[in-house]
Design a protein around this ligand. Structure first.
Ligand code: C2E
Ligand code: CA
Ligand code: CA
Length: 627
């Protein structure tokens, strides 16, 4: 505790003889600071008479605030203790060595020292009293122990009182300074420790979300893992990826992107609750570590529900869809990097299966993953070597007699393996950043082929990933212009699932395409979440009923009713309705009766080469001319 610096020294005098006490009074009273001795003004006047101006000077320099006199040792100890308690300690004590009948001065001194080891004590001895060495042995602290031999010289008493008062004051000043320096040092030390701790924290935290970063994850994983190993448990690890975050970032800017990341981070933390801890690994990637595999399953379920509420920014609903890959980390034989690799493989597979899903790792996925990587490598080579082809599947009039359109479909004979379905390699291309290149190849090739049949509408499938390319719509228009094709003979097919993605950018691009005169079809209608609102918002011209409805016609009694209501909806909105995957007459009849405008399927034509298309169209033109 800080000592009160303003406090003036006090002096205690104890002698059993009243005449001696009176002598002290006379000698010392003049030393008392004028301001604190109003009650002793009479004595002052007396002292001034006796000692003159000299005393006033002494008094001013002594700075003693008051002097207490008493006659017995016990009383002195009590006064001394009480003063200490009240925070008004004495600077010096004058003690008579012999004070019958009570305890003697040496004992009093010993007791006072116990109460205040720093007290200055003056032992006033007679000739026959204890010898200084004996006294010092009992009282201790010789540097604060002084002797005065009776009968004393007034000057000596005065000088001693003044000196000790000064000494006490300066000791306290030094002590105060020391204390304040010490406190300052402690403060500096604390601040240093705090900043060290916060630097330690900062190095382990992601500044945007406050979650653990990679380094922090590594440390916390290691700690959790060694504990789990000791207890024979295993941890579980989940890799989480925010689907198509790049689109949001590109379309709305980084500030909105950052806000979305923070929102998602807090939803993940909420979903994880006390079952584990969360880290942000960069961009839109998060990790969750759970102490129990069962709890991870539950956490994953909660995480998947995180996407149910869209993130609203500036009136836009930004979809929050998470893809999750997770795995177990078996005690004793695992590391974070192993866990991350396996969860990543599972995540890859979850994304391939369509976004917004979760997948647990199993060894087969490794094979799938490696296969995916190998396919991606070969596909890249095939694009570069121009080894892909486009086939075209005719779209027929409702009666199935006339070709009224064509759909361009990718074909690839993979080196050493043979034909491989676009249903398999298109998602691989999307997943491996090849879609822009692949899509560009399709657009250029289709526009070249379309020049062969400029009188018929040709559909080109677009992947939503392509819309993320800057100025995509303008680029497409430029391609059509340079190929000399009117946009009115091109139709773009966009799958319904694309509509669950970032809408702002998509809407802008689509609007540009529509303004330029391109046609727009909503593909695989009924397989995803497209709302009727989207249909009018994006000005589609066509609905393509998902193949699954058609193949269900024989199996599910209500498939027929579903198709009728889709057709009704299309009619009401002025859209052409196309049925795809028509394989037999039974289906064809039902679809025609339901009111579908266009038919596509193996019943009429399989996808075929451009040469076959040309032959087919030539035949049709000849028949038209003959009619
Ligand atoms: P999609 O757009 O729904 O294309 C129709 C698919 O149905 C084609 O499969 C076609 O061959 C198949 N199909 C047509 N009629 C029948 C039928 O009667 N029965 C059955 N079982 N199937 C029929 P394909 O060519 O294997 O293409 C699969 C998917 O790959 C396409 O589905 C499309 O999503 C994607 N794809 C194909 N080419 C491209 C492309 O150039 N760009 C993009 N982005 N995706 C493409
Ligand atoms: Ca299609
Ligand atoms: Ca389709």
């Amino acid at each position: 505790m800080m000592i009160n610096e303003q406090q003036l020294p006090r002096v205690l005098v104890c002698d059993d003889e009243s005449s001696v006490l009176e002598a002290y009074r006379r000698i010392l009273s003049g030393l008392v600071e004028p301001s604190s001795r109003e009650r002793e003004q009479d004595l002052d006047a007396l002292a001034a008479d006796l000692f003159g101006e000299e005393l006033e000077t002494a008094a001013r320099s002594s700075n003693i605030s008051d002097i207490v006199y008493c006659r017995q040792g016990e009383e002195a100890v009590a006064i001394f203790a009480d003063a200490g308690r009240r925070g008004q300690p004495f600077a010096a004590v004058f003690l008579d060595v012999r004070m019958p009948p009570g305890i003697d001065g040496v004992e009093v001194a010993r007791l006072m020292r116990q109460l205040d080891p720093a007290i200055n004590i003056v032992m006033v001895t007679g000739h026959s009293d204890h010898r200084p060495a004996e006294i010092a042995g009992v009282v201790g602290a010789q540097d604060r122990l002084f002797y005065l031999v009776k009968p004393f010289d007034p000057d000596e008493v005065r000088q001693m009182a003044t000196t000790l008062a000064h000494r006490w004051s300066s000791d306290r000043t030094v002590a105060n300074e020391l204390t304040s320096r010490l406190q300052e040092l402690e403060k500096v030390n604390r601040a240093l420790k705090l900043s060290e701790a916060s630097a330690h924290q900062a190095a382990r935290r992601d500044p945007l979300t406050g979650l653990l970063n990679r380094k922090g994850l590594q440390e916390q994983f290691d700690a959790a893992f060694s504990l789990a190993s000791k207890e024979g448990r295993y941890l579980s690890f989940a890799y989480i990826d925010l689907d198509r975050f790049k689109l949001v970032n590109d379309a709305h800017g980084h500030t909105v992107g950052d806000r979305l990341i923070r929102e998602v981070a807090s939803r993940i933390v909420e979903a994880t609750a006390d079952d584990g801890f969360v880290a942000r690994l960069g961009g839109d990637e998060f990790a969750v570590v759970c102490a129990h595999p069962d709890s991870l399953e539950e956490v994953v379920c909660r995480l998947l529900r995180v996407g149910e509420t869209p993130f609203i920014e500036d009136g836009f609903n930004l979809p929050v869809s998470l893809s999750i890959g997770y795995c177990r980390c078996d005690a004793g034989q695992d590391s974070l990097s192993d866990a991350m690799r396996r969860a990543d493989v599972a995540l890859y597979s979850a994304k391939m299966a369509g976004r917004g899903g979760a997948r647990i790792y199993d060894a087969d996925l490794d094979k799938q993953f490696l296969l995916g990587q190998a396919i991606a490598r070969d596909l890249k080579d095939a694009i570069d070597a121009n080894a892909l082809r486009l086939h075209y599947q005719p779209l027929m009039s409702a009666d199935g007699c006339r070709v009224t359109g064509l759909e361009a479909l990718l074909r690839w004979d993979r080196r050493d393996y043979g034909p491989i379905s676009p249903a398999l390699f298109v998602p691989i291309a999307e997943q491996n950043n090849l879609m822009a290149e692949l899509g560009e190849w399709v657009l250029r090739q289709a526009m070249e082929d379309i020049q062969l049949w400029p009188d018929i509408v040709t559909s080109i499938n677009l992947s939503v990933v392509q819309f993320a390319q800057p100025h995509f719509a303008e680029h497409v228009l430029a391609l059509a212009k340079s190929a000399g094709i009117s946009p009115s003979v091109i139709e773009f097919e966009i799958t319904e699932t694309a509509l669950s993605q970032d809408m702002t950018n998509f809407a802008q691009q689509v609007a540009t395409l529509r303004r330029a005169g391109f046609n727009l079809a909503l593909d695989d209608f009924g397989s995803g979440y497209a709302s009727i609102g989207y249909l009018s918002q994006f000005h589609f011209n066509k609905l393509k009923i998902d193949r699954s409805f058609v193949s269900n016609l024989r199996l599910k009694p209500n498939a027929d009713r579903m198709i009728r209501s889709i057709v009704g909806l299309g009619e009401a909105m002025g859209l052409t309705v196309t049925a795809e995957g028509v394989e037999d007459e039974f289906q064809h009849e039902l679809l025609r009766a339901a009111g579908c405008d266009q038919m596509q399927g193996f019943l009429f034509h399989k996808p075929c080469s451009k040469e076959d298309v040309e032959r087919l169209l030539d035949k049709q033109r000849q028949a038209d001319r003959a009619a």
